[in-house]
Design a protein around this ligand. Structure first.
Ligand code: NAG
Length: 352
């Protein structure tokens, strides 16, 4: 009798919780982008750009290497937690999750990808347009799982987070002299990418999305990998790349303004990681960091992906002392600070 009552209570609370989740102001967080927000989609595809092995994830729940490019959680996980939804956002291509999990948040991002189709080809990762195709399939699955009415509510009220663009410059434009840089000036290339961004989010809007955050570029000239190529000048940040990031971010701000005027009922926001990250890099001790020019993993100059593995005996003991985990990606601690900044800033209007 007692056990039965306890079970009834459990079910009531469970149902209430599910109800609250679906009727929260933001019932789900849906993520598009690159390695800054990839929760493990690259595990399921044939690419060299992976991170589902130690020491990646060593500070994640259960010390699990999920394919996130960090020692722990990524910003979107912390944002989901701050919105009271769940502590991690699962990868769409991870077969251990179902539409029930995805109904409150899902990640379509792929490490190594960019706005530009050509960028995704460099490391054979998921092109940006295909992330939207996966999202269309997700909508179908969501409708059969929740029914049309509830699914449409989730689609409309969900928060969409985009974080992409760094690879278009560092892995593509500036890397191949006979590629995009022979076709476009840097200014033209930025316009080309903004055009792709505009097209992408306009489609997302047509599909029912309303609350959409477009993330800006980080100070990409200060990533340890870029600094390492600059070692002849003392390993300083490459200011040329930082300037490009700033210019591009200005264009994204313009795009957000334009879309808010043009698309009725939409709430576009621009989320800026640049200012905060740049301050962290200039004043690491303010944030409790000791190292910023080199990363925790390996020598800290160039390792990422397979070069950052458990055989690398140089890897640091305490990642919390570092801004960067590998030569291209922040530590969990940095990710938490970046997420907190976004939740209190650009995303605050979407909190209940
Ligand atoms: C990228 O590729 C897709 C699929 O082939 C195509 O539909 C799209 O137009 C391409 N985007 C650009 C900007 O060329």
């Amino acid at each position: 009798m007692k056990a039965e009552k306890a079970i009834n209570w459990f079910f009531l609370v469970h149902i209430l919780f599910q109800f609250l989740k679906i009727h929260a102001k933001v019932p789900a967080i849906i993520v598009f982008g690159d390695s800054s927000v990839d929760a493990g989609n690259n595990n399921a595809i044939s690419t060299l750009l992976k991170s589902n092995f130690e020491p990646y994830g060593r500070d994640f729940f259960g010390g699990k290497a999920t394919g996130r490019f960090s020692n722990g959680r990524i910003p979107t996980d912390f944002i989901s937690e701050a919105f009271g939804i769940k502590p991690i956002i699962p990868a769409y291509l991870d077969p251990t999750y179902t539409i029930e999990d995805f109904s409150t948040g899902v990640c379509f991002a792929s490490a190594g990808t960019g706005y530009d189709n050509a960028t995704s080809k460099v490391l054979s990762v998921i092109p940006f347009w295909k992330e939207l195709e996966y999202y269309k399939q997700y909508q179908k699955d969501l409708r059969s799982y929740l029914g049309n009415e509830k699914a449409n509510e989730v689609i409309r009220e969900a928060l969409y987070l985009l974080s992409i663009g760094t690879n278009d410059f560092l892995e593509n434009y500036f890397l191949f002299p006979n590629g995009r840089s022979s076709q476009f000036s840097i200014e033209e290339y930025q316009e080309f990418l903004v055009g792709i961004a505009r097209n992408f989010v306009t489609q997302l809007y047509s599909l029912g999305g309303r609350k959409i955050s477009i993330g800006g570029l980080p100070p990409m000239g200060c990533l340890p990998l870029e600094r390492a190529t600059n070692f002849l000048s003392g390993g300083e940040c490459i200011e040329k790349y930082n300037d490009v990031a700033k210019q591009f971010n200005q264009k994204l701000i313009g795009l957000v303004k334009e879309l808010n005027m043009k698309l009725v009922g939409s709430s576009f926001v621009y989320s800026d990681p640049y200012g905060l990250l740049y301050d962290m890099i200039q004043n690491p001790s303010t944030y409790g960091f000791e190292d910023v020019a080199v990363a925790c993993c390996g020598t800290g100059f160039f390792e990422m992906g397979y070069l950052c593995d458990m055989m690398n005996h140089f890897t640091c003991k305490d990642a919390n002392k570092y801004v960067f985990w590998d030569s291209f990606h922040p530590t969990e601690k940095t990710n938490a600070i970046v997420a907190d900044h976004a939740v209190k800033g650009s995303l605050a209007q979407f909190l209940v």
